[in-house]
Design a protein around this ligand. Structure first.
Ligand SMILES: NC(=O)C1=CN([C@@H]2O[C@H](COP(=O)(O)OP(=O)(O)OC[C@H]3O[C@@H](n4cnc5c(N)ncnc54)[C@H](OP(=O)(O)O)[C@@H]3O)[C@@H](O)[C@H]2O)C=CC1
Ligand SMILES: N[C@@H](C=O)C(=O)O
Length: 257
């Protein structure tokens, strides 16, 4: 049966690669982002190249009602979402007290609240049908506090913890929830988050490789997935045993420009 995947942040980066992967496997796709022209272009390419159905929903996930609007749109068009990939997210760089508070509210809305709302709205139907998969794109940043990314790293800690908790809640239902925790990835995220020049991205991975890893982990129903084995080892078996003060110095240095 052809499965439909709703992918947020599908106009660029990792989300764009998720859309290509799912379409290549014969899946229908609902593309969500703000850039309607880019999404329309991608929709046309995917439909002609893979003979799948593609819908475009242009929505700003920084808006409080975005998730409800997206859900109402798919409901109105009779679209059953079998796979939800909450990928959209924005980064940041700078001292907390020097940040624009509205920008931080937007980050919290995009990275946490809209992700939560979309999960709530679509997970209910998946549980009712006893099938479905959710992939929440988090980050290794969620495992440690990061000076200059205080709210971003906290938002990803939320995504990783939230995803595991609801995965257990629905474990008997036939629905799986996966948190994908990439390290540095070479996408527009870096410039958009004013992160260029930070040494943390010197060995950034490709969006394609991260999406392939995340998609496979989602299909296997993994709880928490890393795109590199060394990251999995470091964040599961090394970092938890390090002194907090040392971790803070290390993350602060990694972000230095
Ligand atoms: N790049 C990295 O180093 C890492 C990224 N991640 C996570 O991966 C995910 C994808 O990031 P990545 O692909 O790298 O970043 P990109 O900046 O390349 O892509 C971000 C996507 O999110 C969309 N987006 C941004 N703001 C909004 C908004 N307000 N409303 C709707 N959509 C929005 C953008 O589309 P548009 O502008 O058209 O709205 C774009 O499609 C994020 O959750 C990020 O936190 C995790 C670890 C590392
Ligand atoms: N890992 C990067 C993306 O989440 C970061 O720390 O910003």
């Amino acid at each position: 049966m052809t499965q439909t995947a709703l992918i947020t942040g599908a106009s660029n980066g990792i989300g764009l690669e998720f859309a290509k992967i799912h379409a290549q496997k014969g899946g229908n796709v609902v593309l969500v982002a703000r850039s309607e022209d880019k999404l329309a272009q991608l929709a046309q390419e995917l439909e002609s190249q893979y003979n799948v159905k593609v819908w475009v929903i242009a929505q700003d996930l920084a808006q409080p009602n975005a998730a409800q609007t997206i859900f109402e749109t798919t409901e109105a068009q009779g679209i059953t979402v079998d796979i939800l990939i909450n990928n959209a997210g924005v980064g940041e760089y700078g001292l907390f007290i020097e940040q624009d508070l509205q920008d931080k509210h937007n980050l919290i809305q995009i990275n946490m609240t809209s992700l939560t709302d979309l999960t709530y709205l679509y997970l209910k139907g998946m549980v009712a049908c006893k099938q479905g998969k959710i992939l929440n794109v988090s980050s290794t940043a969620g495992f440690v506090p990061i000076p200059t990314q205080a709210i971003y790293s906290s938002s990803k800690a939320y995504v990783t913890t939230f995803s595991q908790a609801i995965a257990e809640e629905v474990r008997e239902s036939g629905v799986t929830v996966t948190a994908l925790c990439p390290g540095a990835v070479a996408t527009g995220f870096v410039e958009a988050g004013n992160l260029q020049g930070s040494s943390a991205w010197k060995n950034a991975q490709s969006a394609k490789s991260v999406a392939e890893c995340g998609y496979q982990a989602m299909m296997r129903g993994e709880l928490v997935a890393f795109n590199e084995g060394k990251l999995k080892f470091m964040f599961n078996w090394i970092m938890p045993f390090m002194p907090r003060s040392f971790i803070l110095k290390m993350t602060k240095q990694a972000m230095a420009k």
